[in-house]
Every structure is written in C-alpha cells, then in structure tokens.
Design a protein. Structure first.
Length: 245
C-alpha cells in the first residue's frame, strides 16, 4: 500500500507558487519596515545623547571662557599705561644731596614783632586773697610772707579785668586778665612811713608811726586806745590804730 504524503500546510491545501511568493514578499516587507523603525528609534536616541553631551560641553566652555567685559577688564589691567614717564633729573654734581638748602629768614619788622607778641599766652597770676606781696610789675608779682619785713601789700580780692575792688582799699593792680585788690600789710608792732601817698614800711624812728592795734567792726578812730590817730576802712569796717614816734 502507498502511504499518504504528510500535510505540510496544516491540513490546508498546498500553496500555489504565486501565494508562496506573496507570503515571502510580505515577510520581507515586514522585516524591512521593522528595520527602518528600529533605525529611526536608534537615530533619535543617538541624536538625543549627542545633543545632551554637546550642551554640557558648551556650558562648560561658556563657564571657562571669559566674557567680553572680563576680557576688556583683564586687558585693561595688564595693558601698560601709555602716559610717558617723566625723565629722572639728577641734581647738579656740585650740589650736596645731604646738605639742606640754605634759606635766609625774612627780616622781622614791626608788624611781625607785634604778631609774635600777640601769639604769646598772657601771664597767669597764681595769687589768692589773704596772701601778701613785696611788689608787682607789668607781667608778674613777687610774693612774700605776710608780716615779714619784705611784705608790703595784702591781697584782699582777686578777679578778672574790671573787677570792682572795695572802695576803701589802698590800691589795685591789673596784670594780663587778672585784677588784684590790695591793702597795706599792717602788722601790729611794725613801723610805717605815712608821709607819702602810700604808707611804706620803715624803721621805727622820728617821723614814722608804729601800729598799735587793728580794731574790727568799727569805723571810728576814736575807738583806738592809747593811739594818736589811725586809718579807717569805712566799707569793711575796721580801723588801724598807730602812734606817732
């Protein structure tokens, strides 16, 4: 017996040569389309990767490269100045570099002398009320112990220029910006010469007077005991009693 031939088409009738060729063409077309699609996908992916890599490199380059402003600033900092340097002038050979120049000061005239004196500070008088002086001048005073043979005046008050001294004071004196109010330094037992305008200390002898007492709280010479006369200080109310020698 003859065996039947195997079913090559799954029980279907065998394909004709035209059908086989059509099936092969369709399969080839599908493979070609798949290859094209794959190529397109791969191309897009590669382009994206290249674009990403190129953008990073460009950012890095942009960060590394100086801007136009920086380039100009750098160029300005490093470009040498075009202003010409002044030439160095050496001193003459005859001049000594260590010796200072000799200058003659201008002559001081009368006006310069006045200005010089005006700049000097006025003298400061360190004298207090109750202290005594042996004398005074235009710029200074000479102090002395009260009651000593050198003492002549006792300071009753000290103040600025224009200070009103007691009306019964013996004298006053102004030095710079200070006014001194002065009384005679009367000392009990001492002798005075009262013949002039101002009493002066003197040796005890004919023509002089001797201080007997000093009485406070009175302006009457009649209060002097055992005295010929006296000096009365009406405003401050005290009397200096003395006897003629």
């Amino acid at each position: 017996m003859t065996e039947p031939a195997s079913d090559e088409n799954g029980g279907q009738p065998p394909l004709s040569p035209q059908d086989k060729r059509a099936r092969v063409g369709a399969t080839a077309a599908a493979i070609a389309i798949a290859a094209v699609v794959t190529s397109i996908v791969l191309g897009i992916g590669i382009a994206a990767l290249l674009a990403t890599a190129g953008g990073g490199e460009a950012t890095t380059e942009e960060r590394a490269a100086p801007t136009a402003g920086d380039s100009s600033a750098t160029a300005g900092a490093t470009t040498p100045l075009t202003t010409p340097v002044p030439p160095v002038v050496s001193p003459p050979a005859s001049a000594s570099p260590s010796a200072p120049p000799t200058t003659t000061p201008p002559a001081l005239g009368t006006a310069g002398q006045v200005n010089k004196e005006a700049k000097q500070a006025p003298p400061k008088i360190e004298v207090a009320a109750g202290e005594c002086l042996s004398g005074f001048g235009e710029k200074e005073v000479t102090e002395a112990p009260c009651g000593s043979p050198e003492s002549r005046y006792k300071v009753s008050a000290v103040g600025p220029v224009g200070t009103a001294c007691p009306a019964d004071g013996d004298t006053s004196h102004t030095i710079a910006d200070t006014t001194l109010c002065l009384d005679i330094d009367w000392v009990v037992g001492s002798c005075m010469d009262v013949s002039g305008d101002h009493p002066q200390p003197a040796d005890c002898g004919p023509g002089g007077v001797q201080v007997i007492s000093i009485l406070p709280d009175t302006n009457s010479v009649n209060a002097c005991p055992s005295a010929d006369s006296g000096f009365v200080y009406d405003q401050r109310r005290f009397v200096v009693c003395f006897a003629e020698l």
